[in-house]
Design a protein around this ligand. Structure first.
Ligand SMILES: NC(=O)CC[C@H](N)C(=O)O
Length: 364
């Protein structure tokens, strides 16, 4: 079945529908990863978005039971130049299209993705619809509605109730779930931590009653200012415990200490974004997925910028001066990779150990 991607600016792209043959609406963004589509499909940060893959062949290693980042696909649509229907990988048990269909997500393939990327790079991320072609009826762009896409997603994707992700370990980490990728949880479990995942709007008192050694603020979808109500809690957590923030968690920590965030023209979504660690001058290649950023030039005295993006100079990490509290805009859990910045989880462990006056001891 033929289908179309209709951009808010009136431009229309024709392709073949895959996955669920339905309508999809969202913010149209592009991702430059050659691999990692399974992680993209199941990363809750993409809720409300239609993701266009710039790499021309997607789906060639299929879908496997190991690489999910959450229990389902959250995004509104998925667009490729070519979607492979005959995957080859020893772990694969499903095609991309079958997975999308099972998850109720619409896909469009055979699309001129290069042109879409050029439009988005030029004009910025914009809203769009994927629509099935009904008997070649012309699409009346003027009659389509393009409502707000970046609000309300965190409440949708966060865990409805607190749960233990690992019940023993030397340190107890509470992960505040704004839409957490499972490999963020896994990264602290792998370091031997006891981990409890709590809903996004859990109070300071409830978290305190869990007696944590450290707090991890997760990634998540939408505009960080949509979570403005949690900023006082985050500030209190940061003033009480060692804390690490990732992506949305980084934006929320920065906001809690008085920084400002803003929407980027087209964001960073890919697996090879170079980031400079300012203290060492080292460059890390990182996985990224964000459309907002902490604004430069308005950093309050309490914060220090620790990392910047090499391509465009945007802020990629901050720390709170005098506290064992830091956050990064990129993804140190590195799924699907690269693993350059994984050591940040060990820094977080070190902070928890120092708070206890202990030497860092990994559980065996
Ligand atoms: N991966 C994330 O946590 C994304 C953060 C935020 N939703 C953004 O787009 O900037």
């Amino acid at each position: 079945m033929k289908g179309r991607l209709v951009l808010e600016n009136g431009q229309i792209f024709t392709g073949t529908m895959i996955g669920r043959l339905t309508r999809g609406f969202g913010e149209v963004v592009f991702h430059t990863g050659m691999t990692g589509y399974q992680e993209i499909l199941t990363d809750p940060s993409y809720a409300g978005q239609i993701v266009v893959m710039t790499y021309p062949l997607i789906g060639n290693y299929g879908i496997n039971p190991e690489d999910f980042e959450s229990r389902k696909a959250w995004l509104s649509g998925f667009v490729t130049a070519e979607a492979c229907d005959e995957p080859s990988h020893w772990q694969s048990n499903q095609t991309l299209s079958d997975y999308l269909a099972e998850q109720g997500v619409v896909g469009l393939t055979g699309v001129d993705t290069r042109t879409i990327v050029r439009i988005i790079r030029d004009k910025g991320a914009m809203k769009g619809w994927i629509l099935p072609d009904v008997e070649n009826e012309p699409i009346q762009v003027g009659q389509l509605e393009f409502p707000e896409t970046m609000k309300g997603h965190v409440d949708h994707v966060t865990t409805p109730a607190m749960y233990p992700a690992s019940t023993n370990g030397n340190y107890h980490v509470v992960v505040v779930d704004f839409g957490v990728k499972s490999n963020i949880v896994q990264s602290v479990v792998n370091l031997g931590c006891k981990v409890t995942v709590v809903p996004a709007r859990t109070s300071f008192e409830t978290i305190q009653s869990l007696n944590p050694d450290g707090i991890l603020l997760s990634n998540g979808p939408g505009d960080p200012m949509d979570c403005a109500d949690v900023l006082p809690t985050i500030r209190k957590l940061a003033e009480t415990y060692p804390l690490m923030g990732i992506c949305l968690g980084h934006q929320l920590l920065s906001l809690a200490f008085g920084a400002k965030t803003g929407k980027m023209l087209f964001g960073h979504r890919g697996s090879n974004h170079p980031v400079k660690e300012l203290a060492s001058g080292r460059i890390w290649i990182t996985s990224q997925n964000h459309g907002y950023a902490v604004l430069d030039g308005q950093i309050p005295d309490e914060l220090e910028v620790t990392h910047i993006n090499v391509n465009d100079g945007t802020i990629e990490g901050v720390r709170v001066k005098g506290l064992p509290v830091f956050s990064v805009q990129f993804h140190p859990e590195a799924c699907p990779g690269p693993r350059d910045s994984e050591l940040l989880f060990e820094t977080f462990m070190q902070h928890m150990a120092e708070r206890e006056g202990r030497h860092l001891v990994y559980a065996t």
